[in-house]
Design a protein. Sequence first.
Length: 360
Amino acid sequence: MAEDVLVCSEDYWNFDFGRFHPLRPIRVKLTFELMKDLGLLEGSEVVKPREATEEELLTYHEKSYLEALKREEPNEAFGLGTEDNSVVSGIFRYASLSVGGTLIAAEAAYKGGVAFNLGGGMHHAKSGKASGFCYLNDVVIAIKHLLSRGARVFYLDIDAHHCDAVQEAFYEEDRILVLSIHQEGIFPGTGDIEEMGEGRGKGYNINVPIPRYSEDEDVLWIFEKLVIPVLERFSPDVLFVQVGADAHKDDPLTSLYLTTGIYAKAAELLRQIKSEGILITGGGGYDIVNVARIWSIFWGKIRGVSFPEELPERFLRIAIMEGYVEPTIWDIPGWSGLRQHVKQEIKERVDYLTRHLPFF
Ligand SMILES: [Zn+2]
């Protein structure tokens, strides 16, 4: 059996977007340490990311954009130097490592392993423009690589934000199925339920926008009624999951009401259908304690590895400094007070999709 691979190195956290930027690369270090303390590195090989080659980057990005990014100077036409996409020294190498890291993980998944690139999931980067904290799109490049290897790919994106650039790149493609669950009405503004793909790709692009205050049981409903049946019927060679951690109830940039429990449940359900050939990346996530808990839980559950539920001493000390007080890896499920309204909306959307998709 192929070995599980965790792509990670200090290059992912020895980097700074500046004091006031919400994306804090230190979250990767915290995740890596939590995984280590929970025993989750046993049975998996830790591999350092490499920089992507020019040829690999050119499979998606425009040459003029790559040159602008390499110059590391603000350039409005390329989305560089904005509040979201600041230009800091070393940005090209940092973004390129993310792409190389996801390509390493993609190759391991293609060979049947389960692989997680903690530095990947940059699903907003456009072919010729930086966007939404993303500079180079490791997701699109890795999917293109897998398609060139002849693999069929199911891309599941559970980040709170819609994967606009990934949808755009594969909108007319039926060898890859893109399924995104995201909060409606927030950045980047795309991801409407009616955006279902075009040409031979019609029906292979699935969006489930969910209202703010959606809870664990709403997402569980979507998994049971939509994600799992579609996964079974599409039967991909590689399952690619972008595990953005910003759908968590305490994330400062979003308004969903999910707990760590749903990430565990999602991983368990996916594993029941597919336990080999899984590519995972991180993504958004702006509360670093929750990012570490979510990615650790997902890495344990998707591989069927058990782990302690108490937070280790070393992690807890950092968590307390960040304002987190629970000593456990799980959250107490919340209650938004809008149960019926949210539940009804989601049920209607899932019903609509099952009536319009070719898989039902
Ligand atoms: Zn996000």
